[in-house]
Design a protein around this ligand. Structure first.
Ligand code: GLY
Length: 592
């Protein structure tokens, strides 16, 4: 592992270095010193000078994009050792559980899409959390039928049965090539030796200080005396290292049936939580067919229910394909208007139809059918925003999108992996299960606590997403792969709750319609509409006259904090192009 003292090389400087024809041993957004001298294996790379505004990272053999430099380095090292994209993705998943504690996790859940180059098959691995056996529909309501604030967020009742360890171990066993212990080893080292807290992590610990301080086991990990760790201080996680060692030695069983399971069950019993040892034992990973659609000749594969992401990305692409977005231009008022109208229609359907397919019939085919897109497109007025007035207005989303995390990996054999996993909000419930070092999720908040009452992301839902034992809460996580002529062409995904879906949609459109590279697409200001509240949320950077034109069409435009943090890799004929969203300065894409 490279020591955490990194020499940061600005992207532009790296680009000029490469433009001079100098080869670099490991192409990355942030280059760690000392460089490893394996120049013979390195191609001499030149950028297509003159067209790209921002340069992505470029490599020939393999690439990893994640939200933390140390995790990306673990992934690239795994690829260089001969591991395939799944080996590297699993190694990154375990490493992020250590170095990105606000979102990377063992105590959460997520989704992974794998493209297997040999068979040409795409598979969606669902390791979303499940509600415990004792969960029931009104568990978040008081005697008057009102939602109890924070019960689904910051108590032991907020925790769903975690799926991450089962999901990563499943992917490794079925699609990886290296032993599980080998891909977990770097995470154990990072947990035991520690790493320097970055300004980003220090800021999040400060923001979430009260939630974290409420639990002794959490304070023991992230606090020094009475305050959260600060920038530059070393975060050592000995209990987490021990938990990882148990998983490395015994596999996922350690977490679901062994001593980790015992400790989680004890933590729950002590604090009126619902999860029992039997619940943990019952957890199941599910392999599903990805949701599939086409857009201007490309094939889009994304996450099916219990995520809403894939269904609505395909649904919106079906609607938007009929408009000449390329001519209308990236960031133009007309393009944004059409996207916002498609978003509203999709999110309206989300609130009604989407839920866990093992419990409720989700009309995936109907929602992603072209004929249905015709019907929906007929409702779009090209000049006027349709008011979302038929629905009760939701309260604006009070939380920001730092919580979930996405990572993308491509190897030299054409295998690619697109993964999004989460604890739900930053640091999940804030509860570390005593003796494990493992932060537990608060994914139960993704269920609909009560029809029409918005969750932390301002999303509303109904029966399809009501709490039931062993049901998976509806998600927006959208790990996505775009294929060109049957081969992976783009891998992307993002954190951001409801904004995941629109961020991923925009990233796909930026690459296909506007021929942007991953760096350019990441830099473009994002827009989002989720039907309720009736607000077109935009990032700063839209020109005032664009905002004015949108307002003239009837949109209520609100400039708010940034949305999403993509980790994108584009596979072109001449190599791999990747970029970590600049909205998180800790992220890094690297390849070799
Ligand atoms: N917890 C956010 C999501 O899954 O959509």
């Amino acid at each position: 592992m490279t020591p955490p003292t990194a020499r940061l090389l600005p992207v532009a400087a790296l680009a000029s270095l490469l433009a001079l024809g100098l080869s670099a041993p490991c192409f990355a957004q942030a280059v760690s010193a000392p460089a490893q001298p394996t120049a013979s294996a390195q191609p001499s790379v030149r950028y297509d000078i003159g067209y790209d505004i921002f340069y992505p990272v470029r490599a020939q053999n393999g690439m990893v994009a994640s939200e933390h430099r140390l995790a990306t380095e673990v992934g690239v090292a795994t690829l260089k050792r001969g591991g395939n994209a799944v080996d590297a993705a699993v190694a990154v998943g375990f490493a992020l559980a250590v170095v990105l504690p606000n979102a990377g996790n063992l105590g959460g859940g997520g989704f992974m899409i794998v493209h297997d180059a040999k068979s040409g098959r795409d598979v969606a691995i669902d390791f979303r959390e499940m509600a415990p056996a004792k969960a029931f529909r009104d568990m978040y309501l008081d005697g008057q039928g009102k939602v109890v604030p924070d019960r689904s967020l910051y108590t032991h009742l907020a925790v769903g049965i975690p799926g991450t360890v089962a999901g990563l171990a499943h992917a490794q066993e079925k699609y990886g090539t290296l032993p599980l212990a080998e891909v977990i080893a770097p995470a154990i080292k990072l947990a035991r030796e520690g790493y320097a807290v970055t300004p980003q992590l220090a800021g999040l610990l400060e923001v979430e200080r009260d939630h974290l301080a409420a639990w002794g086991a959490t304070r023991a990990v992230f606090f020094k005396a009475e305050r959260p760790l600060r920038v530059g201080e070393t975060l050592v996680q000995e209990d987490l290292a021990k938990s990882l060692e148990l998983i490395a030695a015994q596999g996922a069983k350690a977490f679901y049936e062994g001593s980790i399971a015992e400790k989680i069950a004890a933590e729950m019993a002590k604090n009126n939580g619902f999860i029992t040892a039997d619940d943990l034992k019952s957890y199941k990973v599910v392999e599903r067919e990805p949701v599939s659609g086409t857009y201007r000749g490309y094939t889009v594969k994304s996450m099916p229910p219990p995520s809403s992401g894939g269904v609505h990305i395909v649904q919106m692409l079906n609607i938007l394909e009929r408009y000449p977005l390329k001519e209308l231009g990236a960031g133009s008022a007309q393009t944004i208007h059409l996207m916002a109208e498609a978003m509203k229609l999709a999110f309206a359907d989300r609130s009604e139809y989407l839920g866990d397919p093992d419990f409720t019939k989700v009309p995936v085919k109907g929602l992603t059918a072209r004929a249905y897109a015709d019907e929906l497109a007929a409702k779009i007025d090209p000049d006027k925003a349709t008011p979302a007035s038929t629905i009760k207005p939701g309260k604006p989303a009070p939380y920001e999108s730092d919580q979930t995390t996405h990572f993308s990996v491509a190897d030299s054999q054409g295998n690619v992996v697109s993964t999004t996993y989460t604890l739900n909000l930053n640091f999940g419930s804030g509860i570390v299960a005593e003796g494990t070092g493992i932060l537990l999720n608060n994914e139960m908040d993704d269920f609909s606590a009560k029809p029409g009452v918005p969750n932390a992301f301002g999303l509303i839902g109904g029966d399809a997403n009501a709490v039931q034992p062993f049901k998976r809460p509806l998600s927006s996580m959208s790990p996505t792969i775009v294929l060109k002529d049957g081969k992976p062409w783009l891998l992307t995904g993002s954190p951001g709750g409801s904004r995941i879906i629109t961020t991923t949609l925009e990233t796909v459109i930026d690459h296909i319609d506007f021929a942007m590279n991953p760096a350019e697409a990441a830099a473009l200001p994002r827009v989002h509409h989720q039907w309720t509240p009736d607000e077109l949320r935009v990032e700063k950077g839209l020109s005032p006259d664009t905002v004015k034109l949108l307002e003239q069409k009837g949109h209520k435009v609100a400039v708010k904090p940034t949305m999403g943090r993509t980790q994108t890799i584009q596979l072109r004929d001449d190599g791999l192009y990747g970029f970590s969203d600049p909205r998180n300065p800790d992220g890094m894409t690297a390849g070799y």
